[in-house]
Design a protein around this ligand. Structure first.
Ligand code: PNS
Length: 167
């Protein structure tokens, strides 16, 4: 039988419970799911690619068909190098749809054999984003239910130190 390998690409700065919800759903559907952190020299992230991979590995160890990697360059090239047939992306609300559709069409243009599969996270995560999590953490707000405890303590450590320096 054919094995279906999918890539779940993203920035994951930091990983949220919404990302983990999608990983769990993807792990049920695909034979192998590769969570791939983009190495993007243009953005200045809060966490390094290695830290983001560590956080994702800490939170996905229970799913044996999930692997955490990083990539640079075009997603379609990375997918080809892994023999992956599908890209998994999450859609939380209609507002995600336009950007996601544009990327999916572009990836299809670049490699018509690669399918993009959209999945919805649980409704409780439909408002959650890494950007808002970073903002709430920086302003000292509660992150209950938004990120795993290990990610929360890394956020507090990172932003706590930054806060002291900025005073
Ligand atoms: O979590 P994000 O930031 O929404 O993820 C965006 C990501 C990593 C999926 C996208 O930027 C990407 O695939 N970048 C790799 C470069 C590439 O292939 N660009 C063309 C995509 S149409």
């Amino acid at each position: 039988m054919k094995r279906v390998v999918a890539i779940y690409p993203g920035t994951f700065d930091p990983p949220t419970n919404g990302h983990l919800d999608l990983i769990q759903r993807g792990a049920r559907i695909f034979d192998e799911l590769i969570v791939a952190v983009l190495r993007n020299s243009e953005k200045t992230p809060l966490f390094t690619v290695e830290e983001r991979q560590e956080m994702l590995r800490e939170c996905t160890g229970q799913w044996h068909n999930v692997r955490v990697e990083s990539f640079e360059g075009l997603l379609v090239d990375y997918a080809r190098s892994l023999g992956a047939q599908a890209v998994l992306r999450g859609i939380r609300a209609v507002s995600d749809y336009e950007y996601e559709l544009q990327m999916a069409w572009m990836n299809r243009k670049l490699d018509p054999s690669l399918e993009t599969i959209f999945m919805m996270p649980a409704g409780a995560y439909s408002y959650l984003s890494s950007r808002l999590v970073r903002e709430i953490a920086a302003l000292g707000g509660a992150l209950v239910g938004m990120v795993p405890a290990s990610v929360e303590s890394r956020l507090r450590a990172r932003l706590g130190v930054a806060g002291q320096f900025s005073k």
